[in-house]
Ligand binder design. Structure first.
Ligand SMILES: [Zn+2]
Length: 262
């Protein structure tokens, strides 16, 4: 499921393949995805030159090259979405929802589910409407800000970290990995954490996001919790204790009861 590191990977797909290139045509294969009429969506982007993309939380902003930077494409990847580049001429994949054709290939918005993942913004106010409620981007949040925002109300640390209005970009895998590395149980209350916990949480949050963003997903390496969470008889890669598993705030949560005592 796309989280900050995945969207960072999609940002690189756009940056590596289409920045500076003109959109030759837009094919909306699934009108439900674009949140406006396919005609308007196509008209706004066709013939435009793509400018440097940027990520905010789980959103990707793709401006067009002119003085205002608008119209702008805003992409969200929901549960199963991706941007995929295919060189030359290739047949559409059955989950391609919108295809942006360029001279030398196509950028494909591919999503198994049909969510309204693509938005067109023609001015700044429309971007603010979409992104205005989000907290600071998780990759740049300061320790002080993280603590202040997470402790506004006493709540369990896992759902608090996943709340995009508190801090933007973290999803289920990132949060479980960060908490395991911070040795904090997902059920702890944010108001029970002490200064040393906050320092560790902020440092691990940064290192997990940096390592994951480099490869475009939370890696399932043997030394990572993510490398074991889906195993039968899963054990902690640090202490070999059988991992605990339960639903917290509706999401499948994995942690080590020994390393992360509650
Ligand atoms: Zn352990």
């Amino acid at each position: 499921m796309p989280e900050l590191p995945d969207v960072e990977g999609f940002r690189r797909v756009v940056a590596d393949h289409v920045v500076g290139s003109k959109v030759a045509s837009v094919r909306v294969l699934d009108a439900g995805v674009v949140h406006t009429s396919p005609e308007e969506f196509t008209r706004a982007l066709q013939g435009r030159v793509i400018s440097e993309p940027s990520r905010y939380g789980k959103w990707l902003r793709v401006p067009t090259r002119n003085r205002s930077g608008y119209p702008q494409l805003l992409a969200h990847f929901g549960m199963t979405g991706a941007f995929v580049w295919t060189p030359g001429e290739q047949a559409d994949h059955r989950h391609d929802r919108v295809v942006f054709e360029f001279r030398d290939g196509a950028l494909r918005y591919r999503d198994m589910r049909k969510l309204t993942g693509l938005r067109l913004a023609t001015e700044r106010s429309e971007v603010e409407e979409l992104l205005g409620d989000l907290g600071p981007d998780a990759a740049g949040v300061s320790r002080r800000d993280l603590r202040a925002r997470l402790t506004r109300t006493a709540r369990r640390i896992k759902p608090a970290l996943m709340d995009q209005t508190v801090v933007a970009g973290l999803g289920n895998l990132c949060v479980d990995e960060i908490l395991w590395r911070s040795r904090l149980a997902p059920t702890l209350s944010t108001t029970d954490l002490e200064a040393a916990h906050w320092a560790r949480l902020h440092a691990r949050l940064g290192s997990v996001l940096r390592s994951s963003s480099r490869v475009g997903h939370v890696p399932d390496r043997p030394s990572w919790l993510t490398g074991h969470r889906d195993e039968h008889d899963a054990r902690c890669p640090r202490c070999s204790t059988p991992l605990s598993r339960s639903k917290i705030a509706g999401r499948s949560t994995v942690w080590c009861p020994r390393c992360q005592p509650s």
